[in-house]
Write a protein that binds this ligand. Structure first.
Ligand code: ZN
Ligand code: MN
Length: 483
């Protein structure tokens, strides 16, 4: 037996207004090189860095969402190495005292992946290499970078994939980071070792350059196989850093791993220690939202929603926010009858709105929760059918019309007088006695004719299914009376 053990090291660009230690904009979409730079992020002598509170808040928020412990007293350290994209010759980071320790994320198979630490540091600039020269852009230098390190608790590529996905959901839903992998907001590294004994770790190999969830998965599978083959042949595994080559679909050696002492860490003398007070922590706790997994579970339990509906809602952050507003508003309007309306809103509305968002990707949807709920209520009462409900939602979405305006636009004013389905049925039964008799004699086809008559009278403004059910119910009860 071979036991693989995988740990992840993840760098996350925090979504903040300004950089980590200066007032330059943190603007990942800036394409003019060296636009957002100043003497502080370029490391000029004599400048003094200042801590960005917003960035610290995001780290603490992430830590709390991952059930971690917040360190009350922390400080920054300098991590030295030489590279042209690092203007100071060192990176301000945290080594001995990360802001967060001992977190965890639980996977769907029940495995708990422990998070060893989450700390804050600064990002580097970017190098652009050409044929015989290179250019450097420092727009990204000094951008707040969150580093999260897990314990080697992951045992296969699927678990690593799920961990990364779950983390990404937390980051996006809580606006800690945009977490786009293509744009490099989220960068993954995996430490992989295999061992013949379940309680002992093998020699660790680190894989870098993983810029998609797929390459994370593929590279882990490849590396487990490579190391397993070496072990089976009784060959030594070398501790090293390898890169993932997407074209060749294999890992290739990059360099022998440097040890911590190579970085000559020492405490950053220009920044005083950071004290995180109880009061500060409580402020962040107040703003704490639930994780997407917790929200999903809550909704499922409260409204008995299916997996498909939940998946639709959680495929899009705007939808999640919209429906959480819908839920709140429904209790205001419908009080103790809210849960049925909410259930229909979710089951019927989520797909409709998601489609609209794909078809008409407008920034600010005009959709208002209150008007949306009124449309759903009409639909639920069978006063409008699903096609008309979809039309109304679309008009609301595109034009922001109120329910009164919608009713006028679609000539639905008789729904205000509320179509009395029972009255229509009585009318039909009265004038179509032979058809009713034929139905009672077993001619099922005649039912379609009767429904058609009803829809004609109601001008299509009632839900055919509700009408059909009521019609059958009435015919049967009339029959019972006669008998
Ligand atoms: Zn700056
Ligand atoms: Mn780092």
């Amino acid at each position: 037996m071979i036991f693989p053990r995988i740990g992840l090291e993840i760098h996350i660009e925090a979504k903040t207004k300004t950089k980590m230690f200066c007032n330059c904009l943190n603007e990942p979409n800036e394409n003019r090189p060296n636009k957002n730079i100043c003497p502080i992020c370029l490391g000029y002598p004599g400048t003094l860095p200042l801590i960005n509170k917003e960035a610290i808040n995001k780290v603490i928020l992430l830590g709390l969402l991952c059930h971690g412990e917040v360190e009350k007293f922390t400080f920054f350290e300098r991590k030295h190495y030489f590279y042209p994209d690092l203007p100071k010759g060192y990176q301000i980071s945290q080594y001995q005292k990360p802001i967060i320790k001992n977190g965890k994320i639980t996977l769907s198979n029940g495995r708990v992946i422990r998070i060893k630490r989450i700390h804050i540091e600064e990002d580097t600039g970017k190098l652009y290499h050409y044929k015989d020269y290179s250019l450097v852009d420092y727009n990204r230098a000094g951008v707040p970078l969150i580093e999260l390190v897990t314990e080697p608790d992951i045992t296969n590529s699927q678990e690593a994939y799920e961990f990364a996905k779950k983390l990404r959901e937390i980051l996006v839903f809580n606006e800690i980071s945009n977490a786009s992998m293509e744009k490099g907001h989220l960068r993954l590294e995996a430490n992989i070792s295999v061992s013949k004994k379940p309680d002992r770790l093998g020699t660790k190999v680190e894989i870098k350059n993983l810029n998609s969830f797929k390459s994370l998965k593929d590279s882990i599978d490849y590396e487990i196989k490579r190391q397993t083959n070496l072990i089976k042949k009784n060959k030594k595994i070398i501790q090293q850093t390898r890169g993932w080559n997407e074209k060749l679909k294999k890992t290739v050696p990059q360099r022998a791993k440097e040890e911590a002492e190579d970085y000559r860490y020492f405490i950053e003398p220009d920044i005083p220690p950071l004290l995180i007070s109880k009061q500060w922590l409580n402020e962040i706790k107040k703003s704490l939202k639930k994780t997407p997994q917790e929200l999903k579970k809550d909704l499922k339990n409260k409204y008995d929603l299916g997996e498909k509906t939940l998946e639709t809602i959680f495929s899009n952050k705007t939808l999640v926010e919209f429906f959480s507003e819908v839920e709140k508003k429904a209790y205001e309007i419908f009080k103790n009858k809210a849960s049925e309306v909410i259930k229909t809103s979710f089951n019927f509305g989520a797909g409709v709105i998601l489609n609209l968002m794909h078809q008409y990707p407008i920034d600010a949807s005009k959709l208002k929760t209150e008007e949306f709920l009124k449309i759903i209520e009409l639909y639920q009462q069978g006063k409008i059918n699903n096609l008309i409900a979809k039309k109304l939602i679309k008009d609301q979405y595109l034009e922001g019309l109120t329910i009164a305006q919608l009713i006028k636009k679609h000539n639905l004013d008789n729904i205000n007088r509320s179509i009395d389905i029972q009255k229509i049925i009585e009318q039909i039964l009265k004038y179509n006695k032979s058809a009713v008799k034929s139905y009672l004699d077993g001619n099922e086809k005649v039912l379609q004719f009767l429904i058609g008559q009803g829809m004609k009278i109601a001008q299509g403004k009632i839900d055919p299914k509700t009408f059909k059910d009521k019609l059958i119910e009435t015919i049967k009860s009339t029959k019972l009376i006669k008998e």
